[in-house]
Design a protein around this ligand. Structure first.
Ligand code: ATP
Length: 228
């Protein structure tokens, strides 16, 4: 049984259809990169899978369970840890508070999160609104890990960050992969994405068009679907 299995997913913003037929799966321990040019439906797929956006047709199953009837907080409690585009933390809480309020029992503890992101430990008493963009992103990832998710979803986690911070985030992602964390990831940096992904899944205008290991993602497919 797949951890996450999306089949024939369709989603709409009002009357405008954004997803036509999305098929996507993430197995236990797998890192899957969801790819496609701007506006092709990556964020919409993630938001539908987390039930932030209701979907109309198709199915989303998490560990065999149909997410159709569930609200987003229930999906989170089942073990889906989303780090949304634009990293939202609670600005009126300190770094430490942001992490501990998210905590649920499991392997990921405050100590482990602080070891992965030493900057967060250094700033634990600061209000999270005083953090740099990169530090806020680390905090958003740390918060998601504190919930001990069975599946971690990262949407554009390195977007708009300084190169040194991006490297720290990618290093964290590869540490997570080595620790066996299942991850669904969207990112613009194709090179890093292909290094870390076990499998890539490409969307073109709201439709799944290609799925395979990064080693099969040749220049031809990249030109056709990713515009590089
Ligand atoms: P990007 O990399 O630019 O974030 P994406 O692949 O994540 O792109 P989505 O954000 O999922 O793409 O957008 C898919 C389609 O849905 C696009 O045509 C977009 O214009 C449309 N869309 C996204 N958000 C909304 C919204 N809130 N209201 C209406 N249409 C939207």
């Amino acid at each position: 049984m797949m951890l996450l299995e999306i089949e024939g997913l369709q989603a709409f913003y009002g009357r405008s259809q954004a997803l036509f037929s999305v098929n996507l799966s993430v197995d236990e321990g797998e890192v899957v990169a969801l790819m496609g040019r701007n506006g092709m439906g990556k964020t919409t797929t993630i938001r539908s899978a987390c039930k932030i956006l209701p979907y109309r047709h198709g199915s989303v199953r998490f560990r065999g369970r149909d997410l159709g009837p569930l609200r987003s907080h229930r999906v989170a409690r089942l073990g889906v840890g989303l780090v949304p585009e634009g990293r939202r933390c609670f600005p009126n809480l300190t770094v430490h508070e942001n992490l501990v309020v998210a905590a649920r029992p499991g392997e990921w503890t405050l100590e482990r999160v602080n070891a992965m992101f030493p900057r967060l430990k250094e700033r634990q008493r600061q209000s999270s609104s005083t953090l740099s963009g990169g530090e806020q992103q680390m905090l958003a990832i740390g918060r998601a890990l504190m919930t001990n998710p069975k599946l971690l979803i990262l949407d554009e986690a390195t977007e708009g960050l300084a190169p040194v911070i991006r490297r720290e985030i990618w290093s964290a992602v590869s540490q997570l992969k080595m620790a066996g964390q299942s991850i669904l990831i969207v990112d613009k940096t194709l090179k890093e994405l292909m290094k870390v992904a076990d499998r890539c899944s490409i969307l073109e205008r709201g439709t799944s068009v290609w799925d395979g290991p990064p080693s099969d993602l040749n220049k031809d497919i990249q030109d056709r679907f990713l515009g590089v």
